[in-house]
Ligand binder design. Sequence first.
Ligand SMILES: [Zn+2]
Length: 340
Amino acid sequence: MYGAVLYGPRDIRYEQRDDPTILAPTDAIIRLAATCVCGSDLWPYRGTDPVTAPTPMGHEYAGVVEQVGDQVRNVRVGDFVVGSFMASDNTCPICLAGYQSRCVHVEFAGAGGAQAELLRVPLADGTLVTTPGTPEPDLVPSLLAASDVLGTGWYGAVAAEAGPGKTVAVVGDGAVGLLAILAAKQLGAERIIAMSRHEPRQKLALEFGATDIISERGDQGVAKVKDLTDGLGAHSVVEAVGTQEAMMQAIRATRHGGHVGFVGVSHGVQIPGEELFYAEIHLHGGPAPVRRFLPDLIDRIWRREIDPGRVFDLSLPLAEVAEGYQAMDERRAIKTLLRP
Ligand SMILES: [Zn+2]
């Protein structure tokens, strides 16, 4: 098969690789209908996370089960499935509490590299969710989005306790931030503030349900949120970037007693203890337990209630993966879909 391998900063190659095989009786092999480039793939692509060896890339997937191990019961060859980027047994106490991304048997589902024709998914019974049938082709991008960015944005909104009567602010206008807006809208938030300075992203934010746009960042952005909320700050803030500036912006834009849902992969973030103490807010986040939300998200997509696939504003053959990364790196694309 062919797949994408990262060799070093800005050196991503499309090359022939060995087909994955069943390694454990709980594995499944998926033939990908579509895959994509994640904002978090840009950390190693840009060299922020060091690349010490050629690394197969990609952890977002939707496709058809091609092979299963002897102990797999819940999915069958031929099923169309979506799974989380974190493989989980979905039976341990942590999974049962809804935190499958920290399952006691957790494995990274993208270890084999999902930007490829085939992917081995560990713990298939706990990780994969079947769709009601073979999806119409136009539903595939949205189902793929459920694998990570939609599930992560949704978790950000849930962790921030977005809901009726709430003002929700979203820091970050990447695919996750935009889908946190969609989630906040679905969860019934009254007012949704998108913090974005990029016109095409502002437009999508408004289409997903944002009611206000703030283009200022940092403390100026915080001041604008307070202007819109009687000086109090938002009830709920989603942090979907992972930098120091974004995290502090999220904490400072939250009213006392409010909630921050932080889902940006943390890079060098340090929270001053005294400021946190007097902020008197709830912090809840981490790698999203996408598996918790998948059945509901697939259902909403299947009924065409939501169209999260609209975050893909660039679609390329997998062979052009390098251009897919470059377009996101240069912010020419919000998110790149790749067709194996
Ligand atoms: Zn578990």
